[in-house]
Design a protein around this ligand. Structure first.
Ligand code: ATP
Ligand code: MG
Length: 738
């Protein structure tokens, strides 16, 4: 039978397992995801299970996309099961049934920045000291409560501090609800609440989804676990697959016990172990094992593989991050010249801030790439502004979006007016929108302010009318123009406005693509996709081969022939905050294992002696993981002993203890978007890659590459006016430093 071809005996056993709980516990690359895919196909083809009875959940959009693709490949076109992330699955359930919890089905999904705004309001309302309770800390505490499945009323007030957090949480939750909005944590928490408080709703889903599969089960947090339990119901047709060595979301509340204690919670469980790795060469697999086996809190297990020994793992130390990035580009070129495929190349980094230099180097070397996560297109200022108009049209109760646009672009509606309206809304416990109508037509505001607010209300009503006639892309174009937003960007200096105008054009293009795609459902659906799919912008050109740049965290479950792990330096990776915390250090180690086991054929571990990052210069020792890899597996491993002093020092003051670095990799590097690092390179006087310059004809630009020396020195400059690069002879270009 074809569906069982290319499966080893334990894989077959898992695929053919009938009803009842199933746990597949196995190391990286042993075919766990493959088991899920084949099992789904098997259930449909051999057991006659209707596809719509199957629900498969995984962690990232990319992983879900790949799984869907693999299933489609096996089943051909036709009805497919629901394969999606926890968050999208829950969003879908809530759209149908959130009414039972007193929200409107057209609720908005707030991102971190939106949530911060609400938290600021709450903090002000409760008169909190921002030093003692920084907004980011409040946000992460609330997030943690939600991950643990706790509502504001479940938070124990066992200290004054905790009691305050509970009060903030309550205020925040009330405000979200008033805005008819949910945050990411709510998607899960509210779904669990919905199912627990409304058994009839749960019953509906139990009738529908009779076969549940969960990939990357080791990373489920308590609220996700509860959800899985609820959906499994009494039938317990639940198949979970995971690897305790790859648990990397402890910081988001994932609880490794979920996997280790599955056997207790589901006593009839069938457990299948897989021991053969099909992905990596022997060298890579062994190297990775040596790194992870140092963890103490781990079930001993070791994979074997029939694959060849393969090349050594390459370890290199470079002078600085530019050289590191160039080595990556050179090696990619070599790989391509050997006939390699660019879509089989990935560069992993520990924090998003490292991506910028790699990106610049790739632009200079003309290596096509796409970035997963990172600076999200939809999180850019101008894109968010315009989306806020659309969100208000979709959900007028969305206070955060409405406040964002009421005076953007400026229409003379000042802070006092906004505050007046907000106070009125608070007094009456009504949405800002309703209070604004009062401001426009009632006695709330003085005449001048009243007129301006009324004009804005009119303007919005105009868009509302348009939204009923025009397709989304045209509606959006109308908003960009008619609101005066476009004119305002035009009035900015060219290098400030142009990028933003292009981003808005890109937004309209994204909508056009969306409109011509299958299953178009209009504004609300588009907004939901935007909220949930952080890398939507890149999916469109997914056909074109390009290298993948991503954080180690988002690399889970994927595989590539050629993998680079950059920034293998103490304080960066392992992350500074793990240095004094053994548990977190074990998680960093697992993260290293995850990264290494993504590689099929060739693996590079890179670090630098001097790095400019987070606005400082750092000199860190090589990551401790390198020393754990036996020398005979490593090309360049002998450098480890000879390289920089092995103690860990930094040229800057102790950055690891400030909050910014604590939250670094959870922050959206929003502003960093257009910033180019100004880092002089050794040995090049006067100009450097990243330098901002001005040209008499082309205007401002950024140097992306320097070639040659002396009279023949050339530079490639990216000019904003051209929206592209231009090669110039330095001697004649007359470039000025901008
Ligand atoms: P991870 O823990 O990294 O998510 P995984 O256990 O889910 O890994 P898969 O991605 O399912 O592993 O499989 C790894 C690779 O091995 C894939 O390319 C898959 O197609 C291949 N593979 C798995 N099982 C077999 C098999 N029996 N025969 C041939 N190839 C296989
Ligand atoms: Mg997998």
């Amino acid at each position: 039978m074809k569906l069982l071809h290319n499966l080893n005996p334990p894989q077959k056993e898992a695929v053919q397992h009938g009803e009842g709980p199933l746990l597949v516990l196995a190391g990286a690359g042993s075919g766990k995801t493959r088991v899920i895919v084949h099992r789904i196909a098997y259930l449909i083809h051999e057991r006659g299970v209707p596809p719509w009875q199957i629900l498969a959940v995984t962690f990232t959009n990319k992983a879900a996309g790949e799984m869907r693709e693999r299933i489609r490949h096996m089943l051909g076109d036709g009805e497919t099961p629901l394969v999606s992330t926890f968050h999208s699955t829950c969003a879908r359930f809530l759209r149908n049934d959130i009414k039972s919890l007193g929200y409107d089905p057209n609720f908005a999904i707030y991102d971190d920045k939106d949530c911060e705004r609400l938290l600021k309001d709450c903090s002000a309302e409760l008169n909190l000291d921002e030093k003692r309770y920084p907004v980011k800390l409040l946000g992460s505490s609330i997030d943690e409560f939600k991950n643990q499945g706790m509502t504001p009323f479940d938070v124990p007030a066992d200290s004054p501090y905790q009691a305050t957090l509970a009060r903030v949480y309550r205020c925040y939750q009330e405000r979200l609800k008033r805005c008819n909005a949910v945050d990411f944590g709510d998607l899960l928490l509210l779904t669990v609440q919905l199912f627990e408080e409304h058994p009839e709703v749960l019953e509906k889903y139990l009738k529908r989804y009779r076969w549940i599969m969960v990939d990357e089960y080791q990373d489920t947090n308590p609220v996700q676990y509860r959800l899985v339990q609820l959906l499994a119901g009494e039938r317990q047709n639940l198949c979970v697959v995971g690897d305790d060595d790859q648990s990397i979301y402890g910081w988001r509340g994932a609880d490794i016990r979920n996997i280790l204690e599955f056997e207790k919670d589901f006593p009839n469980v069938k457990v299948v172990k897989l021991e053969q790795n099909y992905r990596s060469t022997k060298n890579i697999l062994d190297g990775a094992w040596h790194v992870v086996q140092k963890n103490r809190g781990r079930k001993p297990k070791r994979l074997w593989t029939d694959n060849p020994e393969g090349e050594s793992i390459v370890y290199r130390t470079l002078p600085n991050e530019w050289e590191e990035a160039r080595l990556v580009c050179r090696e990619i070129e070599r790989f391509l010249s050997e006939g390699g495929d660019l879509s089989e190349v990935a560069v992993f980094y520990r924090t998003n801030a490292q991506s910028r230099v790699i990106e610049d180097a790739m632009v200079a070397a003309s290596v096509p790439y796409h970035m997963v996560g990172g600076v999200r297109f939809y999180a850019r200022l101008e894109v968010k502004d315009i989306l806020a108009y659309l969100k208000v049209l979709d959900n007028p109760a969305d206070d955060v979006s409405l406040k964002r646009i009421i005076n953007t672009p400026p229409r003379g509606i000042g802070n006092t007016t906004v505050q007046r309206i907000a106070e009125f809304a608070n007094e009456k416990g009504i949405p800002f929108h309703d209070a604004m109508l009062e401001g426009a037509y009632g006695p709330l505001l003085p005449a001048a302010a009243k007129g301006k607010v009324a004009a804005f209300v009119n303007e919005m009503e105009g868009y509302k009318a348009l939204s009923e006639k025009l397709p989304l892309s045209e509606l959006t174009a109308a908003v960009i123009n008619d609101s005066g937003y476009y004119a305002r960007l035009k009035s900015l200096p060219r290098d400030e406005g142009q990028d933003r105008i292009e981003n808005l054009q890109e937004l309209v293009t994204a909508m056009q693509v969306y409109e011509t795609g299958p299953g178009e459902k209009g504004l609300a659906d588009f907004l939901e996709q935007v909220a949930l799919v952080s890398d939507l912008e890149h999916e469109g050109d997914g056909k074109k081969a390009s290298a993948t740049l991503m954080t180690l965290h988002s690399a889970k479950g994927l595989e590539f022939q050629l993998v680079f792990m950059i920034g293998m330096e103490e304080k960066l990776f392992p992350h500074a905050r793990a240095l004094e915390n053994p548990e977190q250090m074990e998680e960093e180690r697992r993260l290293c294992y995850v990264g290494m086991t993504r590689a099929k054929k060739r693996l590079f571990l890179l670090n630098v002696r001097r790095r400019h990052i987070f606005g400082q210069e750092q000199m860190n020792a090589p990551a401790r993981f390198i020393a754990d890899i036996p020398k005979e597996l490593l090309d360049g491993g002998d450098l480890w002993q000879r390289s920089e002093p092995s103690h860990n020092f930094s040229s800057s003051s102790s950055s690891s203890h400030n909050l910014a670095s604590l939250f670094e990799d959870e922050m959206e590097p929003e502003v960093a978007d257009n910033e180019v690092r100004m880092v002089p390179e050794d040995g090049e006087d006067g100009i450097w890659v990243g330098m901002k310059v001005r040209h008499a004809q082309f205007g401002p630009g950024t140097i992306r590459k320097i070639e040659g020396e002396g009279d023949n020195q050339k530079v490639i400059v990216w000019f904003n006016s051209l929206g592209g690069p231009k090669k110039l002879l330095v001697r004649f270009a007359g470039l000025e430093r901008a």
